[in-house]
Design a protein around this ligand. Structure first.
Ligand SMILES: [Zn+2]
Length: 604
């Protein structure tokens, strides 16, 4: 803002020039009215040129005013430029953004050169290229956001999310373990395992870890509300081939109508030698659709609301029945006698490059085919399905990978850093691959016994649990501008303002004052913004894996999440900046929690 006086001196010069030109034209026109002739026109034109030369002479001769020279030095990037809106609103400039486009047509082509010469022209350029003014994030933030978009587009299902996390962990040098085999762990080592290809636990052991020290965990979930294919998928109505689906989780099901849908998930194949193979499959082209009913057949839908019956109205169309042209007779098998339409199996076998007869089991989700992307006027949002909770999952495992990249990252670490991603959170977590299973507890116990000397000291594992800390990361409700009264007045999380710490006195969230303080202290030390949420007393509150793991393992826990809108819609929204903040907060947690935690004792 200190630049404004310099803009003012430039403005004065500009006004002088404009006044001179207008003045010369005015004189010229007056004289023309008195006596017009080609020779007098030339003399008036020469006078105008002379006046223009006088106006621009200081610059042509290199004699710039002091203020302009200093403004030029700012263009080297030493300081951020004022936003165009700020400049346009400055009355001292006398140039509004509304006028700028009309002037811009006569601009010379090279904008950078023009900026050096005249800040007012830079303003015009900025007003025409608003994307140049986005200052949110830095290189690392665009990398993490780009990485998340790729992860989302890859991860149509919980299986694909786990497989992609596995691929990235292996690429980063993490060693794959098998829960069914012996483990041999070492300080400084980095390991992970998957369960059911929908749950994953990864960890990095500090070089200075000793038994009884804590395990610092960020946990999230891989599943999202969706439609899943029933065991018998084939049905038929009015010559349409339909695919039977069941609802999974608390989806906003009306958002699934009129979307370009497909299927993805896993299949079991029987190979020629009699063995069974587990494979993931994703059909990228839109093969399914759930059409809405036309307004003409449902006149009250906009006043009474859209209330589809989830059994009868939510069945996707796959195709029209095939007919033999001559006889008009169906060549499709009777849907009531088959499990799957041959057409669906053909599509899957084409993707898998196998015979339809080899497909002996399927577990498929219905998926939206629209790719995840940036959105908003300044590309400040992410538009995508499954943000809840793949955004947290991605930030969690990337922060573990990036905070444990080299041996020096773990050289002074006294704890174990862990990420746990669970399936089935959307339906209560009670499954072998959900947070309700003892997967994390068992992993912790095995790690301690692996790293312990021959004889484990009394209470070694229990001491480890008591020193451990869990960040339960699940998406949060950002305040919706059209429904402000749905939020408690003093706790309205906003997009682009950081992770939301979730509180609930009735223990729907596991946060307490101590765990909130410790997690905020991590943020505070690294200058990371953070927000807090509590639900209104007259509304129910959601829950997540935090209370399940806190009570099941006995681990100190904070519940937090990236704020978003449209939660559980087929197409959700969150702020790009918040993804970067979450990644930085988790990374800071891994890097500094050992130091912070030892400064606070509660029970003695
Ligand atoms: Zn969630």
């Amino acid at each position: 803002m200190g630049d404004i006086p310099h803009h003012g001196s430039d403005l004065d010069t500009g006004i002088r020039g404009v006044v001179l030109v207008l003045g010369s034209l005015s004189v010229a026109l007056t004289l023309v009215r008195l006596q017009w002739s080609p020779s007098s026109f030339r003399s008036f034109r020469d006078l105008g040129v002379l006046l223009l030369v006088v106006r621009w002479w200081p610059e042509v001769a290199g004699g710039r005013p002091e203020g302009r020279v200093r403004q030029s030095s700012h263009s080297n990037g030493d300081e951020p430029l004022p936003a165009p809106q700020t400049l346009a609103n400055s009355s001292s400039r006398g140039l509004t953004a509304a006028k700028a486009p009309f002037i811009a047509h006569s601009l010379p082509l090279e904008p950078e050169t023009e900026f050096h010469r005249s800040p007012s022209l830079h303003l015009i350029f900025q007003s025409l290229h608003p994307s140049n003014d986005y200052t949110g994030g830095d290189t690392s933030s665009s990398t993490i956001v780009d990485g998340l978009l790729d992860f989302l587009n890859e991860s149509w299902t919980q299986f694909h999310a786990t497989a992609e996390a596995k691929r990235q962990l292996i690429a980063a040098g993490f060693q794959l373990l098998n829960e069914s085999c012996d483990w041999n762990l070492q300080p400084g080592g980095r390991y992970f395992f998957t369960r059911n290809m929908s749950c994953l636990i990864a960890f990095a052991v500090g070089e200075k870890y000793s038994i009884g020290n804590g395990i610092h965990v960020v946990a999230a979930h891989t599943d999202s509300p969706c439609l899943k294919l029933k065991p018998k998928t084939a049905s038929s109505k009015s010559d349409y081939l339909m695919v039977n689906v069941q609802t999974y989780g608390a989806g906003l099901w009306h958002t699934w109508f009129d979307r370009d849908l497909s299927v993805a998930g896993r299949v079991i194949l029987k190979s020629g030698d009699g063995s069974f193979i587990h494979k993931l499959v994703k059909v990228k082209r839109p093969i399914l659709r759930i059409p809405t009913l036309a307004i003409h057949l449902d006149r009250s839908v906009n006043t009474d609301g859209f209330k589809p019956n989830l059994e009868t109205h939510l069945v996707p169309l796959l195709a029209r029945k095939l007919k033999e042209v001559s006889a008009g007779k169906s060549i499709e098998p009777d849907s009531s006698k088959i499990a799957h339409h041959p057409l669906l199996l053909e599509v899957l076998s084409k993707e898998l490059d196998c015979k339809t007869s080899e497909i002996i089991g399927i577990e498929l989700n219905v998926c939206d085919t629209q790719p995840s992307c940036l959105g908003g006027g300044k590309d400040e949002f992410i538009f995508s399905g499954r943000l809840d909770n793949l955004a947290s999952s991605y930030c969690a495992f990337r922060s573990l990978v990036d905070s444990s990249k080299s041996p020096s990252d773990l050289a002074d670490e006294t704890a174990i850093r862990m990420v746990a991603l669970f399936d089935n959170e959307e339906v209560g977590s009670n499954s072998v691959q959900g947070a309700g299973a003892p997967t994390m507890f068992q992993a912790m116990r095995r790690i301690v016994s692996c790293l312990a000397p021959d004889l484990i000291a009394e209470g070694a594992f229990e001491r480890t649990i008591r020193s451990s800390f869990l960040v339960s990361a699940d998406m949060a409700h950002g305040v919706h501008p059209n429904f402000l009264d749905k939020h408690e007045e003093h706790h309205r999380p906003e997009l682009q303002k950081g992770l939301v710490i979730k509180h609930n006195a009735n223990q729907r969230y596991a946060t307490n004052a101590v765990t909130a303080f410790l997690f905020k202290e991590v943020a505070d030390i690294h200058n990371i913004p953070v927000q807090e949420f509590v639900v209104r007393n007259d509304m129910g509150c959601g829950s997540t894996i935090g209370p399940i793991l806190a009570s099941g393992i006995g681990i100190r826990t904070v519940d937090c999440g990236i704020p978003q809108l449209s939660m559980h819609s087929v197409r959700e929204i969150c702020g790009k900046e918040d993804v970067d903040i979450a990644y930085k907060h988790f990374t800071a947690f891994f890097q500094s929690f050992s130091c912070i935690d030892k400064n606070l004792n509660i029970d003695f």
